[in-house]
Write a protein of this length. Sequence first.
Length: 590
Amino acid sequence: MMTPFQFIQKWKRNTVKESGSSQEHFVDLCRLLDQPTPNEADPDGEWFTFQKLVNKDTGSKGFADVWRRKRFGWEYKGKWKSLEVAYSQLCQYRESLGNPPLLIVCDMARFQIHTNFTGTAKEVHEFDLDGLADPKNIAKLQAAFDDPKQLEPGRTQKQVTEEVADKFAALAGGLRRRGLPAERVAHFLVKAVFCMFAEDIGLLPENVFLDTLREAKGDSGELVAMLTDLFSKMDKGGRYGRHKILRFNGGLFRDQDVPPLTRTEIAQLVEAAECDWSAIEPSIIGTLFQRGLDPDKRSQIGAFYTSKEDIETLLRPVLVAPLRKEWEAVRVKAEALWPQVQETAREKALATRQKEDRKLKDRSRVARGRFDDTIKEFLNRLSAATVLDPACGSGNFLYVALQLLLELEKEVITYARQRGAGSYIPIVDPTQLHGIEANKFAQELAQAVIWIGYLQWMRQNGFIEPAIPVLSPLDSIEHRDSVLDLSDPANPKEPDWPDAEFIVGNPPFLGDKKMRAELGDEYVNALRKLYAGRLPGQSDLVCYWFEKTRAKIESGPAKRAGLIATQGIRGGANRTCLDRIKKLCQNLVN
C-alpha cells in the first residue's frame, strides 16, 4: 500500500521522461488504490495490460499505455506535456480498445478523466497531484477500476443543449424586445455561439471570449470595441491582447458588427458562455433562435425542429443505405484481392532475406497497390457524394447527413487500417452539402451549425489539428427562395436548384387556405401560375418542394430523395404531386 502523501511527494520530485516513468507511476497508483497491477491481475495481457497494441483511425498502428477492458484506456505524456494530444491519441485508439467508458490521460502531475458513455454529455474530471489529497478524487480513480458507471454523466447531450438554449433564448428575446432587427441580432448571436463553442474545444485560446465579456464589466461601449477587435482577428488571424488567434475566415466573421448590450444582457451572455459548449448537440442548436428571435415566422423559414433520431430515420434509407451497399460490394472486391496481398508479401519478405528476385518485390507492390486503390476509390466516392436540403432552416438535416457520411468513412478507414493500408484522415467535409433557405439568419445559423458539428466530430474522433483557415466559405448554403424567384416581380420564374445526388429535408408546412394570409396574394398568385399544369391551384405549400424534387430526379442529377410531409399530402389537390412521383418511379423501373 502507498498513502496519498507518499505518492504526491514521490511524483512531485520526478523529472524522468514518460518512457522511463509511466509504468512505475501506474504501478504506484495501483498500490495507492489497493488494486492489482496489470501483470498481477492478468499475466497474459488479455484484458488488462500495459502497451496494448492498437490500430489508429489514421491507418497506422500504436500502443495504448494502459488498457483495461470495459473500464478505461489510459495514455501518458511527459510532465507538463499536452494532455490534449494525449486525449487525441486515445480518441483514435478507442474503437480498437472496445470503446471503454473512460478515457484517462496523465502527465505524472495532472489527471484528466474523460467520460465516453454513449448518448450522454461528455464530462471531464481534472485534478493535479495535490488533488489526490482530496478523497473525492481518489474515489474517482477508484471508480475507474471498479465501477466506471459511477462517473456516468446524469444528463444527456440533448438536455445539456436545451439548458444552454434556455439561457440564450432569454438574451435573444430581450434584444428583440428592445427593437433591434432580428437579422442583426441573429448575425451577432451566431458569431457568439461559434466563439463559445470554439473556446471550449480549444480552437480559441482558453476562455478568451468569456474573459472578454467579464473584462468589459458591464460597459457596453467597452464590450463593443473589444468584441469587434476579437471578431476582426478571427476573420484574418493575429494578436488579440496576449493571445494568438487563428484565422477562421469562412465568411462568418467578415462582418464584425456588435449591437450595444445592456448590463443585464451582458450578464446573460456571460452566463451562457460559462456553459460547456463542447457538449452541445448541433442538430438542435436551431432552437436557440426559434424560441428567441422570430417565432412567428417559423412556417416561412422552414426552421422546424426535428429530433436527430427522426432525421436519421429518414437519412439512413435515403443516404446511408445505398452508399453502404456500394461499400459492401467494394469490400467483397477487396477481400478477393487480400489473399494475393498476403501471399506476395510473404514472397517479398523471403526475397528480402535472400537478397534475390526483384520480380517478387514488384508482384507484392502491384498486389498491394490494387488493394489500396480499391479502398481509395471508394473513399473518393464518399467525398464526392453531395446532399441538398432545399429548405434547410438551421441546418439540422445537413449536419446529421455530414455526420453519417463521416461515420461511414471512418468505418472504411478502420477496415483499411486493419489490412495494413496507408494512413488516412477523413476527407469528407462540409463543402459537400448544399442548402437553400429564404431567411437570412437561418441561413447563417445553418453554416455555423454545420461547421460546429464537423469540428466537434473531428475533435471527438482524435483529429485535433485544425486547417488554416479553420473555416471555409460555405457558399453552397444559399440565401434565396426555393420555389419562386421574384427578383424580377414582373417576370416570376422557377429557381434552379444546385445539382446534388441526394435531396433531403423538412419543407415548410402551410395549407392552401393559410398561404395567402402568411405569404401574400402576389406571392401565391405567382406561385400558382408558375406551376400550373404540374400542380393544382389548391395544393399546399409543401407540394412545391416535392414537385421540384421529382423534377430533379427525372432530369438526372438527383438519384434519391426523402422529404417529410404531413398526412394531408395524401389527399385532395395535394395528391397530384404524389401521383406524379409514382409515375416517375414506374417509368424508372420500366
